[in-house]
Design a protein around this ligand. Sequence first.
Ligand SMILES: Cc1ncc(COP(=O)(O)O)c(C=O)c1O
Length: 286
Amino acid sequence: MAPEELCLGNGSNELIDLICRVFASRGEHAVFGHPSFPCYRIGAIAQELSFTAVPLRDHLSWNVDDLLGAVTGATKLLFVSNPNNPTGSYIPGSELARLLRALPERVVAVIDEAYVEYADADDFTPATELRNERERLAILRTFSKAYGLAALRVGYVLGTPEMVTALNRLRAPFNVGTLGQLAATAALGDDAHLRTTVEATIVNRGRLTEALTSLGLRVAPSQANFLLVGVERPGRSVYEALLREGVIVRPMPDPLHSWIRVTVGKPQENERFIHALERVLRNARV
Ligand SMILES: Cc1ncc(COP(=O)(O)O)c(C=O)c1O
């Protein structure tokens, strides 16, 4: 990556908003998945774009043809969270390459790789390896997840120098603070720490999946650092009951009202969650 291919943001969240402002105008169209990261929708609404939120299959799985089918003559942006928040699902490399090739030239394909470090499936391909497939490709990365620096607010977009020049024209000049830049630079120099953290998360993700499955619950296969768990009752009531047990998970909006999302923690934290969830699910009132 060359410096002229990078634009830094106050977290990748800021860059989603910036991309909407720079690459699309009022009345133009954006495509993203549903359920997916809500900030694509917020960015589109703030810019007065029309948009299509493409339902994931069974609410969980990406389908490239469904995304392509939503593209219209007015589409300027397509957002894909890969792996996806909140489902943990991903588009395999060959399908992602097909999507990048098939999109009309004017569309900026935004591949949001906030959780890329946790993806270990054999057929997962980071978009950084697919840059030859398409000119208008913006790859979003963040230091908020695997690097653990969420509060310091550093993310970046990788694109062509032309795209980065356009982004820099509207980017606030002092958007990323010195502390964040220093922390991100130090983090990039500590591969061993990143590897240890990510490996532990992947192992614990597997164990937590097994523990939840053995409670008879449906767990969406995840390539991220969280699991989406089907609780077969309103997720919000499970969330509130868990809160009373001192465990914080996330209830999900429709169509995932009977699912909760839980972040993979340390083994003791995961155990505490499992025991609390067992107690909560035994309670008929939940
Ligand atoms: C898919 C996805 N993209 C981007 C972000 C934003 O992260 P940040 O602004 O901290 O870089 C998140 C945070 O939850 C996310 O889930």
